[in-house]
Design a protein around this ligand. Structure first.
Ligand SMILES: Nc1ncnc2c1ncn2[C@@H]1O[C@H](COP(=O)(O)OP(=O)(O)OP(=O)(O)O)[C@@H](O)[C@H]1O
Ligand SMILES: [Mg+2]
Length: 336
């Protein structure tokens, strides 16, 4: 991607606590284009918050490259870091208590980052009113955070994060503490801001509905990106893609008619097979790889598992992936 807003290459984050080291990110690659809304999913402890903290310059990478809007986050100094947090990346947290100062009103909360950013009183008040109007919380301007609902607090938190018009909004499970209706409304709002302002959004979520609303969903496993699910421009017709019709994507669980899931392959060729592939096919730590003209097949090693010895009897990985099933011919099976 030539014009990526976010580029992470081989990103590593190691936490060191007394005598223990935790490798939270282990060579993660990621690119996000300007204006994209990307969802980030993954099991607890897979490194999602760690990645957001690095992209928000709240923490520093241990190794690798991490560039956001031209800022190299591996080498910025303290002043650049302060400016970056103020103007380039906004953060929304799951816990509303972390987003808003309880002693300030909603409007004062939104004005504060602008004051720190050097905006004058007139500009602050205009920007604060505009953000409250966009997020439909004008009537709450004078309320304190504890006088408004959880959904309203998250709307206010989004305004605070956008106060200085950052290019990137990082949201760590922003709807995690909301009921599903309110969560849906906050999500619709993020989508609207993404479209209207061209705002780039990276949103961590456990919720498939949130993922289905994003342009792209990245699954992260053990500190590395593993698969990516992209919404199809035109939904597939139910007929015509054989056994894949009606199936859900292997990792995210979105319908294959509307979403296409791909495994990500890094620069040195590493990929992570989805858990489902490992449970359905007995690889036992090894695979036969067959490189054909236009595709690669991964089979359990011959004799690796009882009943799966002959390729014709094995379950190929391909049918799990609608795109592969649709684009590539089925493995040729010799008649005998
Ligand atoms: N400050 C820290 N010190 C030491 N280890 C940490 C620290 N923060 C996170 N970790 C570890 O790094 C790994 C990734 O944690 P992270 O918080 O990024 O996961 P996550 O994907 O956000 O999980 P969750 O879905 O539960 O929020 C975990 O093993 C975690 O225990
Ligand atoms: Mg987290």
């Amino acid at each position: 991607m030539d014009n990526a807003l976010v580029t992470c290459e081989n990103l590593v984050k190691i936490y060191t606590a007394t005598d223990l080291e935790v490798v939270a990110l282990q060579g993660l690659d990621l690119e996000i284009a300007p204006g994209e809304m990307v969802a980030l999913v993954g099991a607890s402890g897979s490194g999602k918050t760690t990645l957001l903290n690095l992209l928000g310059a709240l923490d520093s990478p241990s190794a690798g490259r991490c560039i956001v809007a031209g800022n190299d986050l591996t080498r910025i100094n303290d002043l650049q870091r302060t400016n970056y947090r103020c103007f380039t990346a906004g953060h929304v947290w799951q816990q509303s208590g972390r987003n808003l100062l309880p002693e300030l009103s909603v409007a004062e909360n939104i004005a504060l980052p602008q004051m720190l950013g050097g905006a004058n009183a007139k500009a602050r008040s205009a920007r604060t009113r505009d953000l409250m109007a966009r997020t439909d919380i004008e009537r709450l301007a004078e309320k304190k955070p504890n006088q408004i609902s959880g959904g309203e607090q998250q709307r206010a938190a989004i305004c605070v994060a956008l106060a200085n018009a950052p290019a990137l909004l990082l949201a760590d499970e922003p709807t995690g503490e909301l009921d599903s209706t309110t969560a849906g409304e906050v999500l619709d709002l993020l989508r609207e801001l993404n479209r209207e302002l061209g705002l780039t959004i990276l949103i961590v979520t456990h919720d498939v509905t949130v993922a289905s609303g994003a342009d792209r969903t990245i699954a992260i496993r053990d500190g590395r990106t593993s698969t990516e699910t992209v919404r199809r421009d035109a939904p597939l017709a139910a007929a015509g893609i054989g056994s894949a019709a009606g199936a859900a994507s292997a990792v995210i669980g979105l319908p294959s008619q509307t979403h296409r899931e791909s495994i990500l392959i890094d620069r040195v060729g590493r990929l992570q097979l989805p858990h489902e592939a490992l449970t359905r096919v007995a690889f036992n730590g090894r695979a036969d790889v067959r490189i054909l003209d236009d595709h690669v097949e991964i089979w359990p090693e011959e004799g690796a598992a009882e009943g799966l010895a002959a390729p014709s009897a094995a379950i190929p990985v391909a049918p799990t992936y609608p795109a592969a099933a649709a684009n590539y011919p089925a493995p040729i099976q010799e008649e005998n």
